[in-house]
Design a protein around this ligand. Structure first.
Ligand SMILES: Cc1cc2nc3c(=O)[nH]c(=O)nc-3n(C[C@H](O)[C@H](O)[C@H](O)COP(=O)(O)OP(=O)(O)OC[C@H]3O[C@@H](n4cnc5c(N)ncnc54)[C@H](O)[C@@H]3O)c2cc1C
Length: 374
């Protein structure tokens, strides 16, 4: 993965031992190679895999809308009664469950029906998303397995590798810019090339920036180098054509004040949401699942119930703490990359910061582990 900034002469690059091989995302997954910083997975494939592996005793109720959730059977040890109606009928049905898990996304009906207070903040920006094909560049020779992210004035533009030279684009921009971009699909590739096919540029006072780069031993990032070393800046492959519609999503962050209420628990985006710039949204949800499985497993394994109060409390406490740290970190990162300051102090500060990350032993590795959710 390579991250760089429009406004400072530095970059960060993380590699694995597998990075210079001829493998790519799809091949790695097929072969079970587990030597990657992360994977780009399509939502529909994850969902299909889950559906195909559901045990026989799971009953799916599709096209339904939740209409109410209430606790029954008293405090502790009771059940949650869930009422719902089919989207094509007005009659309601009810289910009594030991544990209700709300995994219904950012606009969670479960969270709303439980009246769980939620803090949210709109960034006032949107993410434009599309799939593109590419050609050439270092990736052409070394397999498409590097994710690129360049921070521009309006926000980051990311190129995430799929297979056969295809990349997903996630591009943060102002809503007005997004409108222009969506209205002109033919101009998308040109705009994207302009946005991402450049090394870091120095826009601050040259004397200060060159003093920093010289003093810290940074290389001139505007010269593209061989990708074989993690020391050198790698040019992304050249975007050539748009192969999907351009979609846009409003960007916001939110946090439920409770993840557990009675016999109900929230996981994933139902409980929390983050800016996609750090690629952590789904990771945080998967970590919720892992923790919940652990807690419920140990309650049941110890002769307790699936909705054991203590187990659920531990789930809530542990996950809330970790999610708050991640949300704070991602929010801070966004602010740091947006900050300009007088005389582009922001850019200079980021140059020093990135150089520090590159030079302080272990720091880059720690950031990598955090990004991988380890
Ligand atoms: C532009 C963008 C880029 C992103 N990039 C990344 C990234 O690089 N890495 C990353 O980790 N995360 C990323 N995310 C975040 C990630 O998409 C979310 O965190 C993740 O999808 C949350 O998963 P979830 O299952 O909790 O919720 P969702 O994906 O929202 O799924 C909830 C599901 O519940 C269903 N549902 C809702 N109500 C009902 C109902 N009544 N009955 C039945 N089903 C219902 C919905 O249809 C939906 O399928 C990105 C998000 C955006 C917007």
């Amino acid at each position: 993965m390579q991250v760089w900034d429009r406004r400072n002469p530095s970059f960060l690059k993380w590699s694995t031992s597998n990075n210079t091989s001829n493998n790519n995302n799809k091949k790695d997954l097929e072969e079970g190679v587990d030597d990657a910083l992360g994977y780009v997975l399509e939502d529909r494939l994850i969902n299909a895999e889950i559906e195909n592996n559901l045990p026989n005793n799971v009953k799916l109720l599709c096209q339904t809308q939740l209409t109410g959730i209430e606790e029954i059977g008293g405090e502790g040890g009771g059940k949650a009664r869930v009422t719902y109606k089919s989207t094509d009928s007005s009659s309601t049905s009810a289910l009594d469950v030991d544990l209700l898990i709300g995994a219904d996304g950012g606009n969670s009906s479960v969270r709303r029906l439980l009246n769980i207070p939620t803090s949210s903040h709109s960034y006032g920006q949107v993410a434009c998303c599309a799939t593109i094909s590419t050609v050439g560049g270092a990736e052409y020779r070394h397999g498409h397995n590097t994710a690129y992210q360049r921070f521009l004035d309006e926000g980051p533009v990311a190129m995430l590798p799929l297979w056969d030279g295809l990349y997903n684009i996630v591009w943060t921009m102002e809503p007005d810019t997004a409108k222009e971009v969506k209205a002109d699909p033919d101009g998308f590739i040109g705009r994207l090339q302009e946005a991402i096919m450049k090394g870091p540029e120095s826009s601050g006072p040259p004397s200060v920036l060159s003093a920093i780069t010289d003093g810290l031993g940074l290389v001139n990032m505007n010269e593209f180098h061989s990708p074989s070393s993690s020391t050198y800046f790698t040019p992304p492959p050249t975007p050539t054509s748009l192969v999907s519609p351009i979609l846009s999503f409003p960007l916001s962050t939110h946090a439920a004040h409770n993840y557990v209420k009675g016999n109900c628990v929230l996981i994933g985006d139902a409980a929390h949401g983050v800016h996609p710039m750090a690629g952590q949204g789904l990771n945080l949800g998967l970590a919720d699942v892992e923790e919940l499985v652990l807690r419920v497993g140990s309650s049941v394994g110890g002769g307790g119930k699936v909705n054991d109060k203590l187990g659920l409390e531990i789930y809530e406490r542990k996950r809330m703490r970790k999610v708050m740290v991640a949300q704070g970190g991602i929010h801070a990162l966004r602010e740091i990359f947006r900050f300009k300051g007088p005389g582009d102090m922001g850019g200079i500060g980021r140059a020093v910061g990135m150089a520090g990350v590159n030079m302080v032993p272990g720091l880059k590795e720690q950031l990598k582990q955090a990004a991988m959710g380890l």
